[in-house]
Ligand binder design. Structure first.
Ligand SMILES: C[S@@+](CC[C@H](N)C(=O)[O-])C[C@H]1O[C@@H](n2cnc3c(N)ncnc32)[C@H](O)[C@@H]1O
Length: 372
C-alpha cells in the first residue's frame, strides 16, 4: 500500500498545531498541578498517531510527554510536589500504538512517578461515551482532551457537550476547515449540519467570502449550540494561502479559557501579528479602528452600569485578554472619555480597572465604567 505523504511526513501546519498544544499544556499543567486542590490530571490524546514522523517531526504524544517531563523536573528542582498526571494515548491503528510505545521506551520519555500511562487502539466512537462517563465520575481531578482526526466526519457536537458538561474538562479539537469551507460554497454549512446534527437556526448563516469568515461563523454556531456555560475560541493555521486549518478550543472554566487565549496571543506576538493598538489622539488613529475598542464602547453605550467582572468576561468571550481592555480603558481615561466609579459612585484611582480573574471571582462589582 502506498502511504499518503501527509501520514508519514510532519508538515508545517502540524508543527503549528503541536506548538499550540505544547504551549497551552505547559500553562495548564503548571497551574492545575500546583493548585493544591487537584489530585490528578488526565490527559487524553484520542487520535494520537505514532509519535515521531519519518522526518523526525514530533507528534502530539511526544509533545505531551516532553511537556510533562519538564514540568516534573522543574518542580522537583524546587522541591515541590505536584499532582499526578495520567496519560491516555489512543489510535485505531494498532501498528501506530506499537511504534509509539517503542519511541517512548527508547527515548525514556515517561517515568512511573509521573502517573499512569495507558495505551489503547480503539475506534474513537467506541470510547467517547465511556470517557464522558469517566470524567463525570472524577473527584478532585481534571481532564484535558486532544481530538485530532484526519477529517471532521466522525466528530459530533453532542460528543463535545458530553465531554465538557461535568465542567472538569477542556477540549482542543483540530478541524480541516479549508475542506469544510469548500463544501460550503453553495451557502449551506454542510459540515456544521453534520457536526451539530440537531435543530439549529441556520437562517443567520451567510455564504462566507473567505475561510476566515467561515471559521468565525462556525465558531459562533458552536457557541450558540453549546450555550453560555461554555467558552469557545479558535486558532487558525495557514499552511499556504489556499489551505487554512483551525484548532477549536472548548472550556467550561473561564480561567482555563483565559490561559488558552494567553497562549494564542503569545504565539501571535512571537510571530509579529499580535495585538497592536493605536491610542486615540495618535496621528494615525483616525484611520484605524480597534475591534475590541469598538465592542467595549458599544457595550458601555448601551448599558447603564457595566462592572469590572462584566468587562473581564466580555473581553475573554470576544477572544481578547484583560490587558488589552486595560490598555483601551487607560487611553479613554487619559482622554477624559471614561469614568471609573466605585459601587457608591465615587471616582477611583486613575488606572485602576480591576480586570483580573481574582477580581472577577472575589469582587466582580468593585467598580463600574461610564462613557462621558
Ligand atoms: C491527524 S492523525 C493524528 C496526528 C497526531 N495527533 C500527531 O500530532 O501526530 C489522525 C490519527 O487518527 C487515527 N484515526 C483515524 N480514525 C480514527 C478513529 N475513528 N478512532 C481512533 N483513531 C483514528 C489515525 O490512525 C491517525 O493516526
Amino acid at each position: 500500500m502506498v502511504k499518503r505523504k501527509s501520514q508519514i511526513l510532519m508538515l508545517d501546519h502540524s508543527k503549528a498545531k503541536v506548538m499550540l498544544l505544547q504551549k497551552y499544556l505547559e500553562k495548564y499543567l503548571n497551574i492545575i498541578a500546583n493548585d493544591g486542590f487537584t489530585k490528578k490530571i488526565n490527559v487524553f490524546d484520542l487520535f494520537c498517531g505514532e509519535g515521531i514522523y519519518d522526518n523526525s517531526g514530533e507528534g502530539s504524544p511526544v509533545v505531551i510527554l516532553k511537556t510533562l517531563k519538564d514540568l516534573h523536573f522543574t518542580n522537583k528542582a524546587k522541591n515541590k510536589t505536584i499532582s499526578k498526571v495520567d496519560l491516555f494515548f489512543n489510535d485505531r491503528d494498532e501498528s501506530k500504538i506499537e511504534k509509539l510505545k517503542n519511541v517512548i521506551n527508547e527515548n525514556k520519555l515517561h517515568y512511573e512517578s509521573f502517573g499512569r500511562l495507558v495505551y489503547s487502539s480503539k475506534d474513537y466512537k467506541a470510547i467517547v461515551d465511556g470517557l464522558a462517563g469517566y470524567i463525570q465520575e472524577m473527584k478532585n481531578e481534571k481532564a484535558f482532551i486532544f481530538i485530532d482526526p484526519y477529517g471532521y466526519k466522525e466528530i459530533r457536537g453532542s460528543e463535545l457537550k458530553k465531554l465538557l458538561q461535568s465542567k472538569k474538562s477542556e477540549v482542543l479539537l483540530f478541524l480541516p476547515t479549508q475542506f469544510m469551507y469548500r463544501f460550503n460554497e453553495k451557502g449551506t454549512p454542510e459540515a456544521l449540519i453534520q457536526i451539530i446534527e440537531e435543530l439549529v437556526d441556520f437562517k443567520s448563516w451567510k455564504p462566507s467570502v473567505s475561510v476566515y469568515q467561515f471559521i468565525e461563523q462556525f465558531k459562533d454556531a458552536l457557541k450558540s449550540y453549546l450555550g453560555k456555560d461554555f467558552f469557545v475560541d479558535t486558532f487558525s493555521i495557514e499552511k499556504d494561502a489556499a489551505t487554512v486549518f483551525c484548532l477549536f478550543f472548548f472550556s467550561s472554566h473561564i480561567r482555563g479559557f483565559e490561559k488558552m487565549l494567553e497562549t494564542k496571543w503569545q504565539i501571535d506576538d512571537d510571530e509579529g501579528k499580535g495585538w497592536s493598538y493605536e491610542q486615540t489622539g495618535n496621528l494615525f488613529s483616525v484611520l484605524k479602528t480597534n475591534p475590541l475598542e469598538q465592542k467595549l464602547i458599544s457595550l458601555l453605550s448601551s448599558n447603564n452600569k457595566v462592572f469590572n467582572g462584566n468587562i473581564y468576561e466580555f473581553t475573554l468571550r470576544n477572544g481578547f485578554l484583560p490587558k488589552h481592555s486595560t490598555e483601551i480603558f487607560s487611553s479613554l481615561q487619559s482622554n477624559g472619555r471614561l469614568d471609573v466609579l466605585s459601587e457608591n459612585g465615587e471616582r477611583v484611582r486613575k488606572g485602576a480597572f480591576y480586570l483580573s480573574y481574582e477580581n472577577f471571582k472575589n469582587s466582580p462589582n468593585k467598580v463600574y465604567f461610564k462613557l462621558k
